[in-house]
Each structure stands twice: as C-alpha cells, then as structure tokens.
Design a protein around this ligand. Structure first.
Ligand code: HEC
Length: 133
C-alpha cells in the first residue's frame, strides 16, 4: 500500500505536469436519498420559478437536467456547489444556508439519477467528491 505522502507527491507531480489528479484520489459524491427528497421543497421555493418544476429550464434559465447537467459530470461536486452559492438564486445569490444549498444539490443529483450513498452531502462539499459520469 502506498503511503499518503507518496500519494500526495504523486498528485502534486501530476498537477505540476498538467495531468489530472489520479482517479484513485477521487470518490463518487455521497448524498442520501432522504436528503435528496428533503431538497425538493427548498428547490421548489427558491429555484423552480426560473429553472422549472421538473428542472426543465424556463426562458433564459437553463435546464438542470439532461445535457446542461451532463456538463457537470466527471467534475468535483464542489464546482456546482460553488457556482450555486456564488450566483444562485439569481435574484438573491448566496442568501441560503450552506446546508440548504447542499440539500438542493442532493435533490438535483437524485433527479439526474446519480446514485445516492450512505453519507449526506455537506455544505460545502469535500473537494475530492466527483459527480460520476
Ligand atoms: C431569478 C431566476 C433564477 C433563480 C431563482 C435561480 N436561477 Fe439558476 N440560473 C438562472 C439563469 C438565468 C442562469 C443562467 C445564467 C448563469 O449561468 O448565470 C442560471 C444558471 C444556473 C446554473 C448553471 C446551469 C448550467 O449548467 O450552466 C445552476 C446550477 C443553477 N442556476 C442553479 C440554481 C439553483 C440551485 C437555484 C435555487 C437555489 C437557482 N439556480 C435559482 C436563473 C435563476
């Protein structure tokens, strides 16, 4: 088994050489089915007026499912979380509690058939958790 120092060195070397951090350093995002269900109410209250009740998108607000969501796959879940906190809800960016953003994100992940896990998603999420492709 490689030590964590060796892994860290490998990750640093990979980052310096322009390669992605090895897949072994990443884990699939974890959220619970209950958390995803609980995120629906705040989604409907704070997001659906622009993104639609079924995440289909309305007017200039993009869908949060289908191809627009696929863009977020294979990348850290933190990317999507940080975007949401910085820019959403567009009429009141950053105004929700960190855990509310995480619960809404869990709802969006569940809606897009990302498999739930054992542990809830934190707000903000750990940097090594990836939205699986
Ligand atoms: C007042 C309308 C409005 C509300 C409310 C709103 N959004 Fe948005 N959202 C937009 C618009 C417009 C865009 C596209 C422009 C942009 O990316 O800034 C967008 C973009 C996004 C994106 C990026 C989509 C992509 O793939 O490019 C995400 C994710 C998102 N919103 C999530 C949310 C969440 C979560 C909420 C609720 C907490 C929310 N939005 C509330 C209007 C809104």
């Amino acid at each position: 088994m490689r030590s964590s120092i060796q892994l860290a060195l490998a990750a640093t070397a990979a980052a310096l050489s322009g390669f992605a951090v090895p897949a072994a350093a990443q884990t699939a995002v974890s959220f619970t089915a209950g958390q995803a269900a609980g995120g629906e109410a705040p989604y409907l209250a704070r997001c659906s007026s622009c993104h639609g009740d079924t995440l289909q998108g309305l007017l200039e607000a993009p869908a949060l499912t289908g191809r627009p969501f696929d863009v977020w796959r294979g990348k850290p879940v933190k990317n999507m979380y940080d975007f949401m906190v910085e820019y959403m809800p567009q009429d009141e960016p950053g105004k929700l509690a960190p855990q509310t953003y995480a619960d809404i994100l869990a709802f969006i992940l569940g809606f897009n058939k990302v498999p739930p896990g054992e542990k809830p998603l934190d707000g903000p999420p750990p940097a090594d958790q990836i939205i699986p492709k």
